[in-house]
Design a binder for this molecule. Structure first.
Ligand SMILES: *Cc1c(COP(=O)(O)O)cnc(C)c1O
Length: 436
């Protein structure tokens, strides 16, 4: 068992987060429940800003909203002075409704609808990151119609395959994202931009993958990107002002995980960037980062109530909890592993190996072979590091209402996403008259 952020075991041997007893949180708000540790979240935002700003003259850290986006999250990120990276019209709408400054927001996506681009242009987002050649014409056309000039960056693929699950490698040649440097698609797109009157090219972007532990992948990406910036300068005379390196820093999911510190990440990135730029005689570009998981991941904990406990003799013990695939699809998508704590008996030694499963009509194994104290129905299980890509990926599979989310800090718990009701499930359903 390991503790993260403000987690501690209190006098009643209960797990506590942000000064709130998890057993009480479960009683008050029900389970499954997403708990967000405000102090830990803010600390991560500050670590990112201070580590990079100390080492580099011009840095913009934008939270990758796809990891976890709610209106309250937008407010927290705004207060911490970060920017926001959105990847859909829905994410952009959420940010705008929460009052997040568009000038600190940029739009991603490998297939943007006209409406999404129009929303970005009317609201005045700072950048649109272009993912393909046809998208250049699409944005140019829409911007011209609206009498605007769109500031864009072009996403390129540096041809790097970092060590992580294949579904979250995104910078290799065989990828749906970006324009390949090696395949010769990136340079022509850069050159063509100058022929499109309603586009203003400000930089290049890459994002090599997610849940990365090896900082050497970033150093290699920087080498590729800077040599590409040099090639752009040599072939077009254009010195691009901005280099966006995406996100991807890994976090701790299980005891054995030892992710790099944000400060170590900042050191490797800024050192490599300064060195490579000096080598090829380029001025330092503005550096943009888009961390998602490493901002919110460890700040999130999911609480479940254990129900049916079934022993398959000589095989294993299954513990069913009152959620599953619908609130956390990552075990099914990426074979993701997590640390689990019995929140109401956090002081007891973990002596039993059990497999925690969800309650969907599916073999939704959540946590295989986790070590816990002997469990009883009604025990509260706390799952570590569920802040990123859990609520964000949640579904209503089996018509499960999505869980609530509470923000905890200094003994205070506030609901920032209310639990869905059965009524919510029917909100969009219509019955044609002939079926009534
Ligand atoms: C997913 C994504 C991120 C954030 O990745 P994390 O691994 O959560 O840090 C940043 N930029 C882009 C373009 C992404 O697709």
């Amino acid at each position: 068992m390991f503790l993260l952020g403000t987690q501690r075991v209190n006098e009643e041997a209960h797990l506590e987060i942000g000064g709130c007893d998890c057993v009480e949180l479960a009683q008050t708000h029900g389970t499954p429940l997403y708990v967000v540790d405000e102090a830990e979240l803010r600390k991560r935002c500050r670590e990112y800003r201070s580590s990079f700003e100390q080492r580099y003259p011009d840095v913009h850290v934008a939270f990758a909203g796809k990891a976890l986006l709610t209106m309250a999250l937008c407010r927290l990120v705004e207060q911490e002075g970060l920017g926001l990276d959105v990847a859909s019209g829905g994410e952009l709408h959420t940010a705008l409704q929460a009052g997040f400054p568009p000038a600190r927001t940029h739009l991603h996506g490998n297939y943007k609808a006209d409406d999404e681009i129009r929303l970005a242009l009317t609201s005045g987002v700072s950048r649109i990151i272009v993912d393909s050649d046809p998208e250049l014409d699409q944005i140019n056309r829409l911007a011209a119609e609206m009498g605007k000039v769109a500031d864009i960056a072009i996403r390129v693929s540096p041809g790097i395959k970092p060590k992580t699950h294949t579904n979250i490698q995104t910078g290799q040649v065989d990828s749906k994202f970006g324009l390949g440097i090696e395949t010769g698609q990136a340079m022509p797109a850069i050159k063509r931009t100058s022929t499109l009157a309603s586009l203003n090219l400000v930089g290049v972007h890459c994002h090599i993958g997610s849940q990365l532990f090896g900082l050497d992948s970033y150093a290699r990406a920087i080498e590729m990107m800077v040599s590409f910036l040099k090639a752009v300068r040599d072939e077009t005379g254009l010195e691009l002002a901005e280099l966006n390196l995406g996100g991807g820093l890994g976090i701790k999911y299980v005891e054995a995980d030892e992710p790099p510190l944000v400060a170590e990440f900042a050191q490797v990135v800024t050192d490599a960037l300064k060195e490579e730029c000096a080598k090829v005689g380029l001025g330092l570009p503005r550096l943009v980062l888009e961390p998602g998981r490493s901002i919110v991941g460890e700040a999130g904990t999911t609480l479940y109530t254990a129900g049916v406990i079934k022993e398959v003799p000589q095989v294993r013990t299954y513990v069913s909890v009152d959620g599953g695939l619908s609130d956390n699809p990552r075990p099914a998508l990426y074979e993701a592993e997590y640390g689990v704590i019995c929140a109401n008996r956090a002081g007891e030694p973990a002596t039993e190996v059990v497999t925690v499963v969800g309650k969907h009509c599916e073999t939704d194994t959540l946590f295989r072979n986790v070590l816990l104290p002997p469990l009883q129905p009604g025990d509260i299980l706390a799952v570590q590091s569920t802040g990123a890509y859990n609520y964000a990926m949640a579904s209503n599979y089996n018509r499960f209402p999505r869980p609530a989310m509470v923000l905890v800090n200094e003994g205070c718990a506030e609901v920032i996403v209310r639990r869905e009701t059965y009524e919510d499930l029917l909100r969009c359903d219509l019955i044609p008259a002939r079926l009534r």
